[in-house]
Design a protein around this ligand. Structure first.
Ligand SMILES: Nc1nc2c(ncn2[C@@H]2O[C@H](COP(=O)(O)OP(=O)(O)OP(=O)(O)O)[C@@H](O)[C@H]2O)c(=O)[nH]1
Ligand SMILES: [Mg+2]
Length: 176
């Protein structure tokens, strides 16, 4: 299973998402710190809300296989901009939580996520687990492990390390 890193403002529903992914009932726990032992790396929303701490998010992201921007469907503005893509060197996805909120504006939040550069957007209600299976399906399995030489080869082709090689292109024999 791919290791997922969650970032987003406080109350976005990151910890609830970790509970929904594990099939647990929601129980409120304020996130005070970040640990990487679990399959999901949860972060306190304050990291995303403060210029001083936000650089920490880049550091945590390097421990993960996939990075998720988590935004509730009823958030009034986005904390993230397209420049995010320059320091998140992992596949970036968006998770919209609280799709059940009476103030939800899913289309707007989805557009923010597309603007940030999220390659997939998942719609989730943590309370009913609606949409959770789609995310679990995406997280199933691992990305193939690359050697340093293979990663450099992909970089020379202008590819991200997680992008598939184009059709008809293969690693040279000596780095296979
Ligand atoms: N209705 C509804 N409520 C949700 C949903 N997801 C989370 N909540 C509620 O929103 C509140 C905040 O959720 P958390 O998961 O603690 O938020 P967080 O992003 O971890 O917040 P920090 O730990 O402060 O960064 C809790 O009371 C949750 O029960 C959802 O999909 N729908
Ligand atoms: Mg939390």
């Amino acid at each position: 299973m791919k290791k997922l890193f969650l970032m987003g403002r406080s109350e976005a529903g990151k910890t609830s998402l970790t509970q929904a992914l594990k099939g647990e009932e929601l129980h409120y726990v304020k996130t005070q710190y970040t640990t990487t032992e679990d399959n999901t790396i949860d972060s306190p929303g304050e990291y995303a809300e403060s210029k001083c701490f936000s650089v920490g998010l880049a550091c945590f992201s390097f421990e993960a296989d996939v990075v998720a921007v988590v935004q509730a469907a009823d958030e009034p503005f986005s904390l993230f901009g397209a420049s995010l893509r320059s320091f998140i060197l992992r596949p970036l996805i968006g998770v919209i939580t609280k799709i059940d909120s009476p103030y939800a504006n899913i289309d707007m939040v989805k557009q923010w996520m597309i603007n940030i550069g999220c390659e997939r957007v998942f719609l989730i209600n943590n309370a009913t687990r609606e949409g959770v299976n789609e995310l679990l399906e995406y997280l199933e399995g691992d990305f193939p492990k690359l050697t340093f030489e293979q990663a450099k080869f992909k970089q020379d082709l202008g590819l991200n390390s997680w992008d598939p090689l184009p059709e008809g292109v293969d690693y040279p024999e000596h780095i296979k």
